[in-house]
Each structure stands twice: as C-alpha cells, then as structure tokens.
Design a binder for this molecule. Sequence first.
Ligand SMILES: C[S@@+](CC[C@H](N)C(=O)[O-])C[C@H]1O[C@@H](n2cnc3c(N)ncnc32)[C@H](O)[C@@H]1O
Length: 188
Amino acid sequence: MKKILRNLKSKALKDNIPILSDEGIELIINEIKKRNLKSMLEIGTAVGYSSIILAQHLSFITTLERNEDLHKKALKNIKEYQKTNIEAVLVDAHDYKPSRYYDLIFIDAAKAQYEKFFIKYKDFLTSEGIIICDNLNFHNLDINKVSRGTRSLIKKIESFKIFLKENKEFETEFYNIGDGLSVSWRRK
Ligand SMILES: C[S@@+](CC[C@H](N)C(=O)[O-])C[C@H]1O[C@@H](n2cnc3c(N)ncnc32)[C@H](O)[C@@H]1O
C-alpha cells in the first residue's frame, strides 16, 4: 500500500498537482486520533491523494472537486485503492449543500476563497469537530518579488489568518509546517 501511495504522490508531483505535504498528513492523522474523529468533508480532491491516505483513519469521507478531469482521475485512484468509504463529488464547493455533519472539515482548495468556505461549512461541523486549512504560508513567497495576482492571493491569505485570529466562535492554532496549516475548534 505504502509503495503504491508513493507512486500516486510522485505522479501527482510530476503532473504539477499540488498535494498535501507529509508533515500535513501527519498533523491531520494525529488530530484524528487525538480527537477520535470519524468523518471528513474535504474541499479540494485533486487526484484523491489526501483522501485515500486519510480514508485509512476515518469511517467516511466526502471530497469535493470542481475540475472534471481531476475528479475522474480521483475516481479511478479511489477505485484502484479500494476505498469504498470515500464519496467523491464533482461540484464547485460554493454550490454544494452537505446532507450531514462532519467531524473534520479540510479546506484545501482555491486560496482566495478560504474565508467563504470556512463561513459556509462551519455550520456542517459536529460540536467537537475541527476545521483544518492548508497552504497558509503560500510557499513562503516574498510579497515584493511576485506578480500582482500572486500578491493579491497572499493578501487574501493574510486577511484570512486575521479572520481566524480574531474569530469569536472558533479558536485556532497555526502550524508552521509543510505549507502552513491551521486547526480551528469551537470556543467553549
Ligand atoms: C491543493 S489541490 C487539493 C489537493 C488534495 N487535497 C490532496 O492533498 O491530495 C486543490 C484542488 O481544489 C480544487 N478546487 C479549487 N477551487 C474549488 C472549488 N471552488 N470547488 C471545488 N474544488 C475546488 C482544485 O481544482 C484543485 O484540484
């Protein structure tokens, strides 16, 4: 299994498909174990790499992808790894309405939209559930040495971090590992 996953990882990297870092996977698995989480809603399937790995530690996963080509690749990979506990949905996450609550919401999609996704999906989080966001360091780019588009994305991520830090409903811990992750849980 480990060798096949390594193949999936190297193929994704070769095809320039951004996938969750090893440190990010470790952090999420630790949170799953520590908090006894059972279900996850993932926003951003890509080729299914993170969901296939995390499916070994969870009972049920719904994962959303808006790119049809990537969604099809994910379906193929999920079938190949025989992960029957993953529901992969081809949809823009702005339009999706969950039909259940989840213990873990993992936001790993278009960075400019993180705040919108957080606000929309927090209502589908179980009371003891957590929201994890990836790519908050934005590859540690220097804001003065990037294109205008990238600068605007970096600013959006920075403003999302402030949104999390000042959030009255959720408390957040930031982790400077991988590409920067956050873990948020409801304040008591
Ligand atoms: C960083 S990749 C996901 C990587 C994956 N979680 C992994 O680690 O294997 C981000 C994915 O989010 C998808 N995405 C971006 N915006 C989206 C949206 N609004 N709805 C659904 N998917 C979206 C992109 O097409 C891309 O495949």
